[in-house]
Design a protein around this ligand. Structure first.
Ligand code: FES
Length: 580
């Protein structure tokens, strides 16, 4: 794609605040001068907002203030004026009921922060799971030039000679405790080994997936996703991204130039190749909704179906992000996709050039970490989109994280009405359940939880684990952590809380999963299903006030990205009227 830079110099939007001699100009400029900025910095140069999700309560992004100093250095070098701006930081490991409930709020806050202030371009400093999509969503809705800088993954964790993958090891060890294979003391000792350095989860969980998605979409410079948080090259990346955003403003290279249908198709295929998180489905659908790009669940299935998973990282594989970086990182994967005819090579990136030019010379330094196609972890690594009378608007499953022998399975439903019901029953040895059953969890979707929690990979009953069984088919309207694994059907839509068919599944019903045929079927007669749906009533009253009400009244289904209905689309960058 040939990008046509805009004429330069020209008057930027920040000059509406700073460029002139009116009372209002002096008001805006004069107050900023209390920080010691010389008058000539307001001469029409690009004002760059460094939108920073640093927070002591978002430990995965805890180093982003330090990294922002390198971004600032790059902006100064390129002749811009850097201004660091804290923005809503939805931490995965602290927000309750789930950070996902606040992704849209964060996106809304970022959008208004950008539009309402003298920002000509933005550096989106992100890392922890929801921080990446929320800032890209906000930037897409303003269409102000923006570039993503992620904080990078933590170094490998090690415990007694084994890799400890963020999240993945936690799920595994907690199952081992229930199965009597690990002591609580060892579990506490392993805790110390999980997070060796600053940075995001070191598995191909949601944070690493979304960093990869940002790069595959073209919103980050090539190579950004995998550089460890503490590697000096992460700081170099921050500095050159700071330089780059200044030129992007001069060229008026906007999110809408980058986030095209071709970019989303590249990202979806890339997700299959890296064995990325199912959370990418809801986030990319939501971002596409902001851009007016018509990407659907069916595109996920169609585009990912023939993509082999070649990145051998937990939770699908063996290694961690540090090793992915040493092997060559995402550019190698994108090069492979290009060679296989699975990449829109001319898709524009924030570099100002085509994505193929960024990756065509990438070298794979470790063919066990980034495998050749004939040694792929899974030949069909994309996200499988299932439909049927149990999921008329779709459900998803990640084949690379599932057990091959369960991809076609028929079993008796054991139903949990919500997560509390699950917790109350699961350890009860009198629960009528064995490994052939299908565990069904309801009321964990966007409205039901609320926020669509990552509980879809519900742990197996201890009495099944003690038999040495490690996987069962599970079906829910919840999400699953990107670090988790199992034969887990997620995002079932419509969700139970709005009366989707999941709501009327009963103990003892037979459920059939056929991933190859993309089918999820509740095996009861049609008239019985209709009768049950007709008798269904909502379980709880909707919230009456506060953000919970806004969320409940406006969140859309998982099948379209769970954004708010009133936030779809791009509202542009026009300056609001001055109030002074
Ligand atoms: Fe923040 Fe995993 S919990 S990146």
């Amino acid at each position: 794609m040939a990008f046509r830079p805009a004429d330069w110099p020209r008057r930027l939007r920040s000059q509406e605040w700073y460029g002139g001699t009116s009372r209002d100009n002096i008001y805006h400029r004069g107050w900023l001068k209390n920080q010691g900025y010389p008058h000539d910095l307001f001469d029409g140069r690009p004002v760059i907002g460094i939108l920073n999700t640093w927070s002591d309560l978002t430990p995965c992004n805890g180093h982003l203030r330090e990294l922002a100093e390198k971004v600032k250095a790059g902006i100064w070098e390129a002749g811009g004026l850097p201004l660091e701006v804290p923005v809503f930081s939805a931490s995965e490991n602290t927000f309750r009921p789930t950070a996902m409930m606040y992704r849209n709020l964060a996106a809304m806050a970022v959008e208004e922060t950008m539009r309402a202030q003298p920002i000509d371009g933005a550096v989106l400093m992100v890392g922890c799971d929801k921080t990446t999509p929320s800032l890209i969503m906000g930037a897409a809705s303003t269409d102000i030039p923006s570039i993503v800088v992620t904080g990078g993954p933590m170094l490998n964790g090690w415990f007694r000679g084994e890799r400890v993958g963020s999240g993945t090891a936690l799920w595994q060890m907690s199952e081992d405790i229930k199965a009597g294979k690990m002591s609580q003391e060892d579990f506490l000792e392993a805790e110390q080994a999980m997070s060796r350095s600053t940075g995001t989860c070191n598995t191909m969980g949601t944070a690493s997936t979304m960093a990869s998605m940002a790069e595959a979409l073209g919103m980050a410079l090539s190579g950004n996703a995998a550089i460890p948080a503490v590697d000096a090259r992460r700081r170099v990346m921050a500095q050159i991204s700071g330089r780059r955003i200044v030129q992007m403003v001069k060229d008026d290279l906007k999110p809408s130039d980058v986030l095209t249908r071709a970019a989303f198709e590249n990202a979806i295929r890339c997700n299959g190749a890296i064995g990325g998180s199912t959370n990418a489905v809801v986030h990319l659908l939501a971002i596409a909704g902001r851009c007016g790009v018509d990407i659907t669940l069916d595109d996920w299935d169609r585009l990912g179906r023939d993509v082999p998973t070649i990145v051998n990282l937990m939770p699908s594989g063996k290694y961690l992000m540090e090793e992915f970086f040493y092997a060559g990182g995402l550019p190698v994967v994108l090069k492979r996709l290009g060679e296989a005819g699975m990449l829109h090579k001319d898709a524009l990136t924030v570099s100002g050039g085509a994505i193929w030019d960024e990756v065509k010379d990438a070298v794979n330094w470790n063919e066990d970490v980034i495998r050749p196609a004939d040694k792929a972890l899974t030949a069909s690594g994309g996200i499988a989109v299932l439909r049927g009378n149990l999921a008329p608007e779709g459900a998803v499953l990640k084949p690379s994280a599932a057990s091959p022998h369960l991809l076609r399975h028929r079993g008796r439903a054991v139903v949990f009405e919500d997560i509390d019901d699950y917790k109350a029953k699961i350890a009860d040895d009198t629960l009528d359940i064995d490994e052939t059953c299908v565990m069904v969890l309801k009321n964990c979707g966007p409205k039901g939880y609320p926020g669509m929690s990552e509980v879809g990979n519900m742990g197996l009953p201890p009495k099944v684990l003690k038999k040495g069984i490690t996987d069962m088919v599970r079906v829910s309207d919840a999400r699953m952590s990107g670090t988790a694994y199992g034969t887990v059907v997620l995002h079932t839509a419509p969700e139970a809380a709005v009366g989707g068919p999941l709501a009327v599944v009963r103990d003892g019903d037979m459920i059939e999963l056929d991933v190859e045929a993309r089918r999820l079927t509740l095996d009861i007669p049609d008239d019985e299903l209709l009768r049950r749906l007709g008798d269904w009533t909502a379980r709880e009253e909707a919230p009456q006030s506060g953000y919970a009400k806004l969320f409940h009244d406006h969140v859309e289904g998982a099948d379209t990205g769970a954004d708010f209905d009133f936030l779809r689309g791009c509202r542009g960058r026009d300056v609001p009227k001055d109030s002074h």
